[in-house]
Design a protein around this ligand. Structure first.
Ligand code: IMP
Length: 432
């Protein structure tokens, strides 16, 4: 069955855009099933760099249809802007090529304001959200008074619902948080104008995706964020508010459980994290600066959405094993191996010490409080000096780089099928 799922195996920013771009060449539908414009996927095609937050990055291929599934939260303004940016770059965005689920929840400017105010109010305990309104929009969804895209089809009734929502948030902002209120009429006008523009794109998605699968067309489900940010299985409470793991695909696209052809876990050759929360292998100082890069290149470790420097650290195989446990990866896609060139030795975390006990698998579900008590146990592998950017075959890699990959495979029990060694589309090695 041609359903392929691409999932981040760490804390997001693993380079999923690359993988999706590659797999989209042979896909008909490319679908996002979780999250919103907190995500940022960078795709480099020749001279052009596309930074996408909402529209699945596979849309850049002319053979695909982009799908925004019901598990997402959709900022209408971002979607209008992103569509215009893609059109200006020559990518066709029409209701035939982009489908929005009628059940997708909407993010409003009021959710965005609330997100920043509420996260700041947590003080030292703050999560460090992207400020995109993700949490408040999902809160409205589960408390059952969220706005859904399908409501836009009756614009008059929709306007009344948005007005009531603005009034409610205005009340929370002013009375509870003592913040300035909303400029409701201006916000409403802009919001409704975006809604009207996107109206022709709204559809019931589930049957369309199901029918594509039945016809043998390939459906690529593109996960946003990463496993460790999953609201249930991630490092709670330092997580996002959606289901980022492979299992979110079915509810997030309104699809019955289907046989899956592949679950591709995308992992970096080291570990990164944006925002707060425990990070056992985190580095500071020179080693951190080495892994992060200077910021001069778009692929250095600075957030695509917020521009924040990412926290960096050595590869953590205890967490990768956990990610495999909750996703059942059929293969791994390893990115940024080239960044490790120049190190004499490379520590890899293979176990944790906690309370006098050594463990090589997590004996709890993500829980940030427990993870914060874990100290990494490293094995040190030999590094390599050669630059990898020109490698295109397994045999082009230095034997130490091959050994690094084989070490990961042996510990996780999943083959590393693809390795990326540079930002360009062609800079990768496929293994049979
Ligand atoms: P939120 O998703 O904006 O609510 O943020 C919650 C946490 O998830 C914060 O630590 C964010 O930095 C993190 N986060 C959200 N989206 C991404 C992403 O696309 N990449 C990496 N981290 C993310």
């Amino acid at each position: 069955m041609p359903l392929d799922i691409v999932v981040g195996a760490q804390w997001g920013d693993e380079g999923k855009g690359r993988v999706v771009d590659l797999l989209s060449e042979s896909s008909t539908l490319v679908a996002r099933y979780n999250g919103g414009d907190n995500a940022g996927h960078t795709v480099t095609v020749g001279e052009k760099i596309y930074k996408l937050h909402l529209i699945p990055s596979g849309i850049i291929h002319t053979n695909t249809i982009g799908v925004l599934g019901s598990g997402m939260v959709l900022n209408l303004e971002t979607l209008v802007e992103e569509s215009a940016m893609l059109r200006a770059a020559g990518v066709s965005i029409t209701p035939e090529r982009l489908w929005i689920s009628d059940a997708v929840q909407l993010i409003t400017p009021a959710h965005r304001l609330l997100d920043s105010v509420q996260d700041s109010a947590l003080g030292a305990a703050k999560i460090g959200t992207t400020g995109r309104g993700i949490g408040p929009a999902y809160v409205d969804k589960v408390s059952r008074h969220g706005l859904r895209a399908g409501e836009i089809l009756d614009l008059e009734a929709f306007a009344a619902r948005v007005r009531a929502h603005f009034a409610e948030v205005d009340h929370i902002l002013t009375d509870w948080y003592h913040q300035p209120g909303l400029d409701t009429e201006t916000l409403l006008k802009e919001y409704l104008s975006c809604a009207a523009e996107l109206r022709p794109y709204i559809r019931r998605i589930g049957p369309l995706v199901q029918s594509a699968i039945q016809k043998g067309q390939t459906v690529l489900a593109e996960g946003a964020q990463g496993t460790l940010l999953d609201v249930e299985q991630g490092t709670y409470p330092f997580v996002t508010s959606s289901c980022t793991t492979a299992t979110g695909v079915f509810s997030g696209l309104g699809l019955g459980v289907q046989p899956v052809r592949s679950v591709v876990g995308v992992m970096k050759a080291f570990q990164t994290r944006v925002g707060a929360g425990p990070f056992p292998t985190e580095l500071q100082g020179e080693s951190a600066a080495f892994l992060r890069g200077s910021g001069a290149n778009p692929w250095d470790e600075y957030g695509t959405t917020t521009g924040r420097p990412r926290r960096v650290g050595w590869l953590d195989l205890v967490l990768l094993k956990y990610a495999h446990e909750v996703n059942a990866f059929s293969e791994l896609f390893l990115t940024k191996l080239d960044v490790l060139s120049g190190l004499n030795e490379i520590p890899v975390c293979v176990a944790y010490q906690r309370g006098g006990k050594k463990m090589d698998t997590l004996d709890f579900s993500g829980d940030a409080r427990l993870l914060a008590q874990c100290t990494p146990v490293y094995e040190t592998l030999p590094g390599w000096q050669a630059k990898l950017g020109a490698c295109r075959n397994w045999t082009d890699l230095p034997k130490e780089a091959q050994a690094y990959i084989q070490f990961i495979e042996a510990k996780i029990g999943v083959p590393v099928r693809t390795i990326s060694v540079g930002p360009e589309r062609s800079a990768m090695i496929r293994r049979s």
